[in-house]
Ligand binder design. Structure first.
Ligand SMILES: [Fe+2]
Ligand SMILES: [Fe+2]
Length: 303
């Protein structure tokens, strides 16, 4: 049998996929046609909610003037949009590559809808970067999980995508309703959030189902390796929110030092923990995480 074939009962998966498809069809909004782009976005407002900024709660933050914080918030939002662009690129490549291949017979119908939505998301996040900041921050080399087993590598890809989508949604949910932000920034965030709830539901459901069959197949030592690799993804994904170039573009001195100090800051560790709490809880619920230690494990690489 193909390693990616689903051997579990798929009744619930089929039921949920059908609901997700109907909900996607009911969503009347077509960003490519409907989104009205203002000529500019006000620069005397925050673009990233202050509570979500990478400096929030730290001594570095206290040393910044209001104008510097506002400037930094713009580059933090450009980084956030850039992470969406690069994350969605990986998602599109991986999901398109699975369409109508063995193991994805049941999922392919829904994947067509998901891919269509992600194409729209990548379009508006990239356009925002280019139109209002003149650039997209490039992707850094992705840390590969290194598993040779086809089914484990598959779980890794889905897990990495889920972690990415859950981080983004944490920000979208808050920024989509933050009236401190320009209306257009709120709008893009809310638009994205409206679609991502469905993608996260699908991702979680598939991972839960697929992990069950890996659990039955592999010894505990291998399952522990999977757990540590996924925790490593979490660390690397969060570190990407502290991109050196944002501090540089905001005109702050010693941007590399700022990044390092923030990554060591206990206040930030607290925020990072709450950012990943829901996702970690999910991995624990399905038995993939055996403990709550995420940040203490060594990342395979630093972003
Ligand atoms: Fe998306
Ligand atoms: Fe998505």
């Amino acid at each position: 049998m193909n390693d990616l074939a689903i051997t579990q009962n798929t009744q619930e998966l089929e039921r949920v996929l059908n609901i997700l498809i109907s909900k996607t069809v009911e969503d009347p909004y077509e960003p490519l046609k409907d989104l009205v782009w203002p000529d500019s976005v006000p620069t005397d407002r925050y673009w990233m909610s202050p509570m979500l900024m990478s400096t929030q709660g730290t001594d570095i933050d206290k040393q910044l003037t209001e104008a510097q914080k506002m400037e930094l918030s713009r580059w933090e939002f450009i980084n956030f949009c850039s992470l969406n662009v690069t994350g969605i690129r990986e998602l599109l490549v991986e999901m398109t590559g699975r369409l109508h291949t063995p193991g994805f017979e049941l999922l392919s119908e829904y994947l067509h809808y998901l891919i269509a939505e992600e194409n729209e998301h990548m379009w508006y996040f990239s356009k925002f970067c280019l139109k209002y900041a003149g650039k997209i921050y490039p992707d850094r080399a992705l840390a590969m999980s290194g598993f040779e087993e086809v089914d484990i590598a598959n779980l890794m890809i889905f897990s990495r995508i889920l972690i990415f989508e859950e981080i983004v949604d944490f920000y979208n949910r808050k920024m989509g309703k933050d009236e401190l932000l320009p209306e257009f920034v709120q709008r893009i965030n809310w638009l994205h959030h409206m679609d991502e709830g469905r993608h996260i539901k699908y991702g979680r459901l598939y991972i839960e189902l697929f992990y069950k069959q890996l659990q039955a197949k592999y010894p505990p030592a291998k399952l522990r390796e999977i757990e540590l690799a996924i925790k490593g993804f979490m660390q690397i994904s969060v570190q990407k929110l502290y991109r050196r170039e944002m501090y540089l573009d905001a005109g702050l001195n010693e941007p590399g030092k700022i990044r390092k100090a923030l990554l060591r800051d206990p206040q930030r560790a607290e925020f990072n923990r709450s950012l990943m709490a829901g996702t970690a809880k999910f991995f624990k619920k399905i038995g993939l995480f055996t403990d709550d230690l995420i940040w203490e494990t060594d990342a395979a690489a630093t972003a």
